[in-house]
Write a protein that binds this ligand. Structure first.
Ligand code: NAI
Length: 283
């Protein structure tokens, strides 16, 4: 008995890295899996079927059930085709893991329109493009569902040289919180993860080069949280963002401080007063 027995789960970008581990763990937990991957390089250039096919082969050889899909998450047609692959092959969708991603880092002063647009397209628009048809299918089917999106500390905490990626990833967290509200009545949950793992995406980051990092940040350590979020074990959990990596799971929260409310002058502050109260506003 697996915690995902009888469920159908889509994982985008599941041909390598974290997504591959999600797909393997989800299949091992009993679900039928759509393994989507465009099969390109780290910056999103190129495409191919080998990456998704290889993961489907691994799942099948281990006794699981999976189907490959090679569509691009960054288009409405691609998103619709990914959802349709699940419905055609397995008859329904219970959970979606939006994981596909690319990197095109540059500091803001050197950022080019193409680098900006492609990163926003794959991460932020891609999350929308795949989620919409899946969400509508779940609503029509009336059995609820779970959407798991992939944010990042780069967007939620900031990271040098990643204004495009950080904007997309923080956008995904906002998308998730709004979606959780829209899905509530239909029993469709929406949560996000901010993973940390040693993959082709992060292998050249400075801190990844430290002794033992590759083992400590094995991408397979991220997958159990996603299995949990896709399963009925997390039935009450929605609108959350989880940090996960290296064996640690924690919640990342948006906080609003108690702040200061101006009582006089109809609540209208003047800038010097704000300067005088800034420590209390930030406390
Ligand atoms: P990765 O590069 O190994 O995996 C990304 C996968 O997405 C690749 O297999 C790629 O072919 C696929 N992909 C790219 N564009 C696609 C498209 N348009 N349509 C379909 N598939 C596409 O990288 P990694 O590290 O496994 O990243 C997975 C997710 O986790 C990404 O969303 C990434 O931004 C996020 N993430 C990773 C972190 C890390 O520490 N590795 C940190 C924070 C977030």
């Amino acid at each position: 008995m697996g915690v995902l027995d009888g469920k159908v789960v889509i994982v985008t970008g599941a041909g390598g890295g974290i997504g591959r581990e999600h797909a393997l763990a989800i299949a091992a937990a009993g679900a039928q899996v759509v393994v989507n991957d465009l099969g390109g390089s780290r910056d999103g250039s190129g495409d191919g079927t080998a990456m998704a096919d290889e993961v489907v082969k691994e799942i099948t050889e281990a006794g699981g059930e999976a189907v490959a899909n090679y569509d691009n998450v960054a288009s409405m047609e691609g998103g619709a085709a990914i959802a349709q692959t699940a419905i055609d092959r397995f008859g329904k969708i219970d959970a979606l893991v939006n994981n596909a991603g690319i990197l095109r880092d540059k500091t803001l002063s050197k950022m080019e329109e193409g680098l900006w647009d492609s990163v926003i397209a794959v991460h932020l628009k891609g999350t929308f493009c795949v989620t919409q048809p899946v969400f509508n299918h779940m609503k029509e089917r009336g059995q609820g569902g779970s959407i798991i999106n992939t944010s990042s500390t780069s967007g939620l905490e900031g990271n040098f040289g990643q204004t495009n990626y950080g904007a997309a990833k923080a956008g995904i967290a906002g998308f998730t919180r709004c979606l959780a509200l829209e899905g509530q009545r239909a029993g469709i949950r929406a949560n996000a993860i901010a993973p940390v793992a040693f993959t082709r995406m992060t292998e050249d980051l400075q801190f990844m080069g430290k002794e033992g990092m590759k083992d400590r940040l094995d991408p397979k350590l991220v997958a159990p949280l996603v299995v949990y979020l896709a399963s009925d074990l997390s039935k009450e959990i929605t609108k959350r963002v989880f940090y996960v990596g290296g064996g640690t799971i924690s919640e990342m929260r948006m906080v609003r401080t108690a702040g200061v409310t101006k009582k006089d002058n109809d609540g209208l502050w003047d800038p010097e007063e704000i300067a005088g109260s800034i420590d209390q506003i930030l406390a």
